[in-house]
Every structure is written in structure tokens, then in C-alpha cells.
Design a binder for this molecule. Structure first.
Ligand code: IMP
Ligand code: MG
Length: 181
């Protein structure tokens, strides 16, 4: 299997691009049927979800959809679930809308839970989550994931938007950290 070195660590291909594309196409088929006519606002969580969002939106071909991008900035407040992250760059009116969050990966689920809660607070009528990847064994919070591309083991991965210390986001395949023992 193909390997890459990012900084001090080695990674090996675990999900080739062709498999990722198949998973995205399947998500798009399901989502397209459910979301047509809903004037959905898609919200891509930067940086990690940029590649997933681009591929998914091309497959969806909805004529009544909008897409916006937001970053999560660390916030001084601390909630019971950990750090509260402020949503940066969201200028759209959320009130009364169907919003679908586009995320690269759900690990513990804290990040996505924080985003869901804040969008509901801003008055969204319905908040759905579409994540390319999900690590079921890492999940720590009670959340509903509406659309999941692939479930993966609890290993550290990079590529297709995901990074190791800022590198690897541009890789078209997904790689898993090679355990050094
Ligand atoms: P959570 O809040 O624990 O669910 O973490 C979600 C965020 O952590 C994702 O949006 C990613 O940015 C990052 N993350 C989680 N697992 C990985 C991984 O295996 N590789 C790279 N980033 C990850
Ligand atoms: Mg992310």
C-alpha cells in the first residue's frame, strides 16, 4: 500500500479515492431525495470538510440549495462537555431554515454537538448532520448523525481534507497512521 510521510510520521492508504467517491455518491442519492424542495442551507465546517463538501455538492445537484462556510474558533467559556467553540463567518439568516452541517469526521462528537446546539439557538427549524467519516467507538455524546459516508476504526487518519498538524489535507486518498512499535 502507498505510504506518505508527514512531518515525523508515516501513513498508509486505507481508503482509496475511488471508495470515498462511491460513499459520497451514495450519500448524495439519499440526501437528494430527502432534501429536494426544502431550500436547504448547507454549512461546511472549515477546514477539514472542504473537499467532502465540494464533491458532495457536485453530486447533489439541488436547485434550491445554498452553501456557506464556517470556522470554529476556540472560545473562552468552558461547558460541561469541554471547550465551547464560537462559530465564525456565518452571516446567513438561520431562523426557520433546514440546515445541513457538512463535517469531515465525527470522533468524540463534541465539535458537532457544539455546532448543532448553536444553530438551534440561532433559530434553525431543523438541523441535520452529514459526515463523511464516523468513528463509532470514539463517540462520547448523544447525537444523531443523519448521513454517514463510512464508519472507520478508532485510528488517526489524514487526507481528503483531514490533516496532521496542518499537512495532508490536499491528499486525494485517506491514509491511516502506521503504528510504530
Ligand atoms: P470531535 O469533536 O472529537 O468529534 O472531533 C472532530 C474534529 O477532530 C474533526 O472535525 C477533525 O478536525 C478532528 N479529527 C478527529 N479525528 C481525526 C483524525 O483521525 N484525523 C484528523 N483529524 C481528526
Ligand atoms: Mg473538522
Amino acid at each position: 500500500m502507498k505510504r506518505v510521510k508527514l512531518w515525523d510520521k508515516e501513513f498508509e492508504v486505507s481508503l482509496p479515492n475511488a471508495d470515498i467517491q462511491i460513499a459520497i455518491k451514495k450519500m448524495a442519492d439519499t440526501m437528494g431525495k430527502e432534501l429536494e424542495g426544502k431550500e436547504t442551507l448547507f454549512i461546511c465546517i472549515l477546514n477539514g470538510a472542504f473537499m467532502f463538501a465540494a464533491e458532495l455538492m457536485k453530486e447533489l445537484e439541488l436547485t434550491d440549495a445554498e452553501i456557506s462556510f464556517l470556522k470554529l474558533a476556540s472560545y473562552s467559556g468552558i461547558s460541561s462537555t469541554g471547550e465551547v467553540k464560537e462559530l465564525i463567518g456565518l452571516n446567513e439568516v438561520i431562523t426557520g431554515r433546514t440546515v445541513v452541517i457538512l463535517e469531515d469526521i465525527v470522533d468524540t462528537g463534541h465539535t458537532i454537538k457544539g455546532v448543532i446546539d448553536q444553530l438551534i439557538e440561532k433559530g434553525a427549524r431543523e438541523v441535520k448532520v452529514a459526515t463523511l467519516l464516523f468513528k463509532p467507538n470514539a463517540l462520547k455524546v448523544d447525537i444523531k448523525l443523519d448521513y454517514v459516508g463510512m464508519e472507520i476504526p478508532n485510528d488517526f487518519i489524514v487526507g481528503f481534507g483531514l490533516d496532521y498538524d496542518r499537512r495532508g489535507r490536499n491528499l486525494k486518498d485517506i491514509y491511516t497512521l502506521v503504528k510504530s512499535n
